[in-house]
Design a protein around this ligand. Sequence first.
Ligand code: ARG
Length: 407
Amino acid sequence: MSAIVNAPKEKVVLAYSGGLDTSVSISWIKQNYNMDVVAVLVDCGQPDSLDEAYERAIAAGASKAMIIDAREDFVYNYIFPSIKANLKYEKSYPLATALARPLIVEKLVEVARKEEAKAVAHGCTAKGNDQVRFDVGIRSLNPDLRIIAPLREWKLSREEEIEYAREHKIPVKVSKKSPYSIDENLWGRSIECGVLEDPWEEPPEEIYTWTSIRREKNETLILEIEFEKGVPVAINGEKLAGVELIKRLNQIAGSFGIGRIDMVENRLIGIKSREIYEAPAAVVLIEAHRQLESMVMDRELLHYKYLVEEKLAELTYYGLWFTPLRSCISSFIEKSQEYVTGKVKVKLEYKAFSVIGRESCYSLYDLKLATYDKQDIFDPRYSESFIRIWGFPYEILARKGRMLEER
Ligand code: ARG
């Protein structure tokens, strides 16, 4: 008797989000590569129903689906370090999407090893930054893995993609009327496509969910945010674990409409794009943290740190996370946080917030030096001599007849 044994198919581990692109990718990979698809959904705190996404992966044809809860990992290894670095790309975008990519890459590569998969896949298009973050991240951790990017190889317009999904009976949420591309995690929500592609058009109110306003116009709220070594640990005296603290702040600040970002940004591949972000906790925490640093850090460290922060934001945005420079900068940032402990008072208002107070046991602020009142202990003679020396090079230039001619 002879048995017919089917050679097992090769496996590919797909970064699955539950959305249109990755759902369509499952059946596309099966069709074009004849591989078994292991769908991995990494939970970075996106508010979607993960059970539904799991079902959708199976319905779309995945041979196996798994959900990895990476929320704590995300907070402690990516979000908190980014708060310490006041991380924003082009001074505005708190990098929610970008920061989650290396984390997802780590998980993908790990699953690929366990499942003995030869390939990994992602649903990124050829126009965005995410493809760079996935490809470079994956190759930095395991250069032998083959990378499959269905949406990049197979050029489909969004409409065609929706049509393909319909034909293949893949259940998806988007309809032709709401063509937004959305990426969400605990640190923020990124919105692209549709009318947003016209940078002159005001974004319609309907695109906002985290920051839909649930407060009266004249309502205000004061929050005291406590930091320990650069990390937020409590709100209004209540100690909170990372995930909970960020979730809570997203809700509270979001209810005032705080955290909307509307910008045209420079993508790595050279295209400019109009992006909308909702990141209530991120904008409040980074500003509060920055103001606490101003109080406890000496001027030279503070100013030098700005330069490094900008570089780190670029490296994060550019998908260069698993690199020596990123790692060295992260060590620098970590070391700089030793005294960033204290409290910041933040006032929330209709679509706005401001830091209205700060306090720290490591404060370098000295009232007796700063005051113009009679408690002043500052010796004015110090200033006179200091300024003479400070300006000495230019005084000498002038004496040698080389004063600046043009004004
Ligand atoms: N422009 C942002 C970035 O590159 C967000 C991308 C969001 N992706 C999306 N599918 N909406 O980090």
